[in-house]
Design a protein around this ligand. Structure first.
Ligand SMILES: Cc1ncc(COP(=O)(O)O)c(C=O)c1O
Length: 426
């Protein structure tokens, strides 16, 4: 329904009808959490054979006993698998612990305390700023907030961040030391950076020589449709190789709480990271690394494994897309992204309707990520961005949840339209 075409009286009628529907939904007593991107138990079951893969012999083909101390930056067998998946050199892979977010935090901490490759530590600078494409990942923003790093929100479209704005900022501001990107199936919009955006990120001039892009490639192999867009490889262009810290994670390939993370970076960057890591730890969990190497094996096998994940995810993505299309196709007040992979959708409401929608959902038993979380310091000035994470629900639950979401969206939008201004309470 296009609300633009309705008279005031028709808008009022549509609002009463939506409220009636909502009151009926309240009686259903839904209890569903679509706030975080989590795989289902069935998806985790796909990796159970990995837990039986280490049988008796923990000595690698090269003679290391992986039960013992050593090899802080990761075992060669796993570096080869990760390098194959990402089409990079194994020497440019440093394997971390269970969490890529933890690895990102460590890399920020190292830059803050010790500086990037010999540059002044960020803690000694009067101001450090980061570019944060929005909508973005709340946990990235939380790290920067904790370190007192100023965040500059840059809007994104279907191709990635607004590159005119990014180029202008980094060319003129020495205090801009970094940028966060989730370049494939972005959290939360699900978009994939276009080749042209990636080229501009690689080639842009930065005033700060220690500027780094935190290229969080958490969803690099998480395509659910055959026509999912590919991401250009930033390490293949041979330009500004030191600019990128790429992060990889198997949390959503094997196990969220027992996966493997990796940092992929230039020789110079990794040399510096290894030196600092050598003080921090003697090694990460090499037994898990060895199990991952044997289970994942190579890029083709990872692709086949992720095709099984896609069987679970695709019907949910289809359901979200078909439901939103059915309900809001003709309604310019509600827009949504159409990701071909990853874990998230962004629903964009009319201005000042997101918080109200999320609140209405909560009262009807549907938990969504908090309003504003897609923006630094929770400052979504337009109050229009909603992150939707449909992965954990069953199809039946998701259908019920989407009904609540759509009804709440209708109410929040119609309330604005009818009152002209403030949303009221149901
Ligand atoms: C973009 C992004 N990076 C990192 C993570 C966390 O990954 P890990 O489990 O490896 O810490 C997530 C989890 O949702 C994510 O969406």
């Amino acid at each position: 329904m296009n609300y633009n075409q309705l008279s005031k009286k028709q808008l009022d009628q549509a609002l009463s009808a939506a409220r009636k529907k909502y009151n009926a939904l309240l009686k259903e007593k839904l209890n569903l959490d679509l706030s975080r991107g989590k795989p289902t138990s069935e998806m985790l079951d796909l990796s159970m054979p990995m837990l039986d893969i280490l049988t008796g012999d923990f000595t690698s083909p090269k003679g290391y006993d992986y039960r013992n101390y050593g090899i802080p930056d990761g075992i060669p067998e796993l570096k080869e698998v990760i390098a194959d998946v990402l089409d990079v050199e194994p020497d440019n892979v440093m394997v971390g612990g269970t969490s890529s977010l933890n690895l990102i935090y460590d890399v920020v901490t190292r830059a803050y305390c010790f500086g990037v490759c010999g540059a002044t530590p960020w803690c000694k600078l009067p101001k450090v700023r980061f570019i944060c494409p929005v909508p973005g990942y709340d946990r990235h923003f939380a790290i920067l907030e904790q370190f007192g790093i100023e965040m500059i929100a840059v809007p994104m479209d279907d191709n990635g961040p607004d590159m005119d704005m990014v180029e202008d900022l980094v060319a003129n501001d020495q205090s801009i030391k970094g940028m966060f990107c989730v370049p494939r199936f972005s959290n939360p919009s699900g978009i994939v950076y276009s080749d042209s955006v990636v080229d501009r990120l690689i080639n842009m001039k930065t005033l700060a020589t220690d500027f780094r892009i935190f290229w969080d490639n958490a969803y690099c192999v998480h395509s659910w449709y055959p026509d999912a867009p590919k991401l250009k490889n930033v390490f293949k262009q041979n330009v500004n190789l030191d600019r990128f810290y790429m992060f990889f994670s198997t949390s959503k390939i094997t196990f969220c709480s027992g996966g493997i993370s990796a940092l992929i970076a230039s020789d110079k960057n990794l040399q510096s990271q290894r030196k600092l890591l050598g003080i921090q730890t003697i090694n990460y969990d090499k037994l898990s690394q060895y199990a991952h190497a044997m289970f994942l094996r190579n890029a083709d096998n990872v692709k086949a494994h992720m095709a099984k994940h896609a069987e679970f995810m695709r019907p949910k993505f289809d359901l979200v897309l078909s439901t939103l299309k059915k309900r809001f196709e003709d309604n310019p007040d509600v827009k949504w992204t159409q990701p071909k992979g990853g874990y998230f959708f962004t629903v964009t409401t009319a201005p000042h309707c997101a918080r109200r929608t999320i609140e209405l959902c909560r009262k009807a038993g549907l938990k969504l990520t908090d309003a504003g979380c897609t923006h630094p310091l929770h400052q979504d000035d337009m109050d229009s961005s909603i992150r939707l994470a449909p992965s954990f629900a069953s199809l039946e639950e998701l259908e019920e949840g989407l009904e609540v979401l759509c009804c709440s969206l209708e109410i929040a939008t119609l309330e604005r339209r009818c009152s002209g201004e403030k949303n009221s309470n149901v």
